[in-house]
Design a protein around this ligand. Structure first.
Ligand code: C2O
Length: 553
């Protein structure tokens, strides 16, 4: 591989959407930010310079970061944030991965405007395991808020209620013609007839899973989270925040007399308020430059087609879609799902409450409570210094403990009647894993305040989704149906509403690795933890010392 240099200048930028101008934090003045293009095996040196008042870090979502945990990016987990006027060079090599990933800010809610695509091309002379596309197009789904996003998180934290909802969803930063005052801000995908296009889809929305479809066209899904999958056809897909999906789009063989809308709108299983609007883009057949008058005339009588999307809470569509995702599992692209397990964990994930502080007005589930979220009833408290530095210097005292319960302390009916006491406990609690531990983890949704789907993201690893089901996980029965042949390999999985997901991964990457719900409000409420993976014995199994420019707290 080669070394590629990028520079990210974090600055304030005035952006107008929905006839509303706001000053937002952006990279190099762009929304979405710049696309990173590299090849498998390349080294990336990305210098991030912070010119704004907020502290910031950047996370390279889905990059394995083998022995480069210092470059992973979550604030106070692997590094202290980059302060105003300071810079940090993220230095990592792309090992064994090719496909679509993305990068985003990983401090407070800055990722609402600080995000962009990562395109990893296969090594030279190693073709895609599918037809070579005419063109490759990243489409990033985002959310637009008329108000300042920092104000939203502050409001949510102060009142303990749900966050303000976004004012629009976007394709590559553009809300599209179904919103007021937005027709000129419409994403257009120009295509030729009879060709195959590779769409690199990324869900960068803060709080919503999304359905996506293009009228009268279907997709072939070929990759998720930068891992190839067995190709399958679908006319609609669902994508959770954090996930990426590559699809092939085959265009019609002739110029159609029509314009085709592409639409995205949310899949929601929880209670509360959310943005239930629809973003639209246009698939436009490009006329040849010497367009004949015949074509021009016929194009005047255009029909408009809109796709039909599943209803808001269509969990059966989502279940069918996710069940279709399988690893390629070929000789060239094997599925390395661990066949044996060293350690098993059972994590309940879901919402709960904190008591409302005296003399405060709270908007939680009742007036005397605020919303919280937890894993095995522990709501994660953010430390004030980076956990990875504490682990590396063996000075965890007063910073973190390693006693996160590995199963619920008091088992209850997770998807049935909730326990009387919905309050959570608090702590900065990690789980230690010796190098090369083979882990099986059951993520069980709870319905303490109503069941809800949670897109769970693990830093530093891909995992294999070996099982999934509804209701309470049954350790005596459910493992019999685990897929240990071709389970999908990914970094973010939607744990079904009122159900469970079983994942396996090999802890072959020393460092501190964050794991959290990728719905930003749930992360804020404490639905997160970290794994402390120890060094191995060999020199190439140890985390090297921190780079000299690593920011200080
Ligand atoms: Cu894309 Cu910790 O997140």
């Amino acid at each position: 591989g080669i070394t590629r240099h990028y520079k990210f200048d974090i600055g304030m930028q005035n952006v107008t959407r929905l006839c509303h101008t706001k000053s937002l934090v952006a990279v190099n003045g762009q929304l979405p930010g710049p696309t990173i293009v590299a090849r498998e095996g390349d080294q990336l040196l990305i210098k991030v310079v912070n010119h704004v008042q907020d502290n910031i870090t950047i996370h390279w979502h889905g990059i394995r970061q083998l022995q480069t945990g210092w470059a992973d990016g979550p604030a106070y987990i692997t590094q202290c944030p980059i302060q105003t006027g300071q810079s940090y060079v993220y230095n990592f090599t792309i090992t064994g991965q090719r496909g679509t990933l993305w990068w985003h800010a990983h401090s407070s809610w800055l990722r609402s405007t600080v995000y962009g695509a990562i395109i990893i091309l296969p090594k030279r002379f190693s073709p895609y395991p599918f037809v070579k596309p005419e063109k490759e197009v990243p489409i990033i789904f985002g959310e637009w808020f008329n108000v300042d996003t920092e104000a939203i998180v502050n409001q949510a934290l102060a009142t303990g209620g749900g966050p303000n909802v976004s004012d629009a969803y976007t394709f590559n930063g553009l809300p599209g013609p179904l919103y007021n005052c937005s027709a000129k801000d419409t994403f257009k995908l120009k295509v030729k007839p009879g060709k195959t296009y590779l769409l690199r889809l990324i869900n960068a929305a803060l709080n919503d899973e999304l359905f996506f479809s293009i009228a009268k066209h279907s997709f072939t899904v070929v990759e998720v989270d930068a891992v190839y999958v067995k190709p399958f056809e679908t006319d609609t897909l669902v994508i959770a925040p954090g996930q990426t999906t590559n699809v092939l789009l085959k265009t019609k063989s002739e110029f159609p007399n029509a314009t085709f809308f592409m639409l995205a709108r949310p899949y929601v299983t929880g209670l509360g308020t959310f943005d239930n609007s629809t973003t639209a883009g246009i698939l436009e057949y490009e006329l040849p430059s010497k367009s004949s008058s015949f074509l021009t005339n016929s194009m005047k009588k255009l029909q408009l087609f809109k796709p039909k999307l599943p209803i808001l809470n269509d969990t059966s569509f989502v279940t069918n879609f996710t069940n279709s995702l399988r690893s390629l599992a070929t000789a060239q692209f094997p599925c390395n799902v661990p066949q044996t397990v060293d350690r098993r964990f059972f994590f309940t994930i879901g919402l709960g409450t904190n008591p409302c502080p005296k003399n405060n007005t709270c908007q939680g589930p009742s007036n005397s409570t605020m919303f919280a979220a937890s894993i095995n009833n522990i709501s994660f408290t953010m430390p004030t210094t980076a956990l990875l530095q504490a682990q590396f210097s063996r000075q965890s005292n007063g910073i973190y403990t390693t006693d996160l319960p590995t199963k619920p302390l008091i088992p209850f009916n997770y998807t049935g009647t909730p326990p009387n006491n919905t309050n959570v406990s608090h702590g900065t609690k990690l789980v230690v894993l010796p190098f090369n531990t083979s882990v099986e983890l059951i993520l069980q949704d709870t319905s303490i305040l109503g069941a809800e789907s949670h897109p769970f993201h693990l830093h530093g690893f891909n995992f294999f989704v070996v099982g999934q089901g509804f209701g309470n996980y049954n350790p005596n029965k459910d493992p019999a149906s685990f897929n240990l042949v071709d389970p999908v390999e990914r970094n973010t999985v939607g744990v079904p509403s009122g159900g469970w997901t079983a994942i396996r991964f090999l802890a072959d990457n020393p460092g501190v690795w964050f794991m959290h719900c990728h719905l930003e409000i749930h992360t804020t409420w404490g639905l997160k933890m970290a794994w402390a993976v120890q060094d191995g014995k060999q020199p190439n199994q140890k985390l090297p010392p921190p780079p000299s420019d690593l920011p200080k707290c």
